[in-house]
Design a protein around this ligand. Sequence first.
Ligand code: PMP
Length: 293
Amino acid sequence: MTAPLAPFDDRDGTIWLDGRFVPWREARLHVLSHGLHYGGAVFEGIRVYGGRMFKSAEHAERLCASARELNYSLPFTADDLDAAARELVRREGIVDGYVRPVAWRGSEQISVSGAGATAHVAVAAWEWPHVFSAEAASRGIRLRTSTWRRPDPATAPVRAKAASLYNICTLARDEAEAAGYDDALLLDLRGGLAEATGANLFLVIDGALHTPTPDCFLDGITRRTVIALAAELGVEVVVRRIDPAELDRAEEVFLTGTAYEVQPVSAVDDRTYAVGKVTSRLAEAYGRLVRAE
Ligand code: PMP
């Protein structure tokens, strides 16, 4: 048995909060914060490999863009936030780890209107997260199709990495885990394949990569990286609407995400998959890239 992790509000170290490095336990917000009541927080996850963040500029840009999608702007530029995260990783001595920037509206306003509530930003970093056990990660994880779906772009800010959208992910993930699976596979509002709770989806069909059009879920930075790697490896990539029935003819299935990296899938409901060649080649290429850049 491994010892339980220390709670996230009770650790040693430093957190960057609104432009200052503060002791970890003092990085608090008030219970009357707009972001807590009305779900307007946006966040990022950045992986650190060998002391260096991978694609940190893209993540900083996406944090700012996510806030804009929710109709507020951050009091720091993407470059400022990227520099703060770099300095934090250095100070904390993170070698292989994870960086979590988060932004929210503050306490000037507790009503649905967001106008007048100032934006706050924090960045925290900690050592390596394992989304799944090492054993599950290498043999492939098991997905269960969720009863929850990704929302209509007309009813939710689907382009933002918005905390409010993670309600659906947490419900779906808890449902899948309660049924003995590792993660959930969510369909989109039209019943097409969408994504997992923290990662994008790829199928290998006749040796080519097929991935759903990201029109109602996050177009992940890892997804785009893997599409570029596939092109370099001469693997055809098809971005399109994919019916769940096509899982029957997929030779391989995998997920991509900052935390998941290139994660093989060994089962979706009662279908099973081996960890195939295309997945392995892309996982290796991705593993090399994250440590090379
Ligand atoms: N979808 C969801 C719901 C996610 O939480 C993530 C992780 N940020 C992704 C997709 C993949 O995005 P990225 O590759 O940028 O980490």
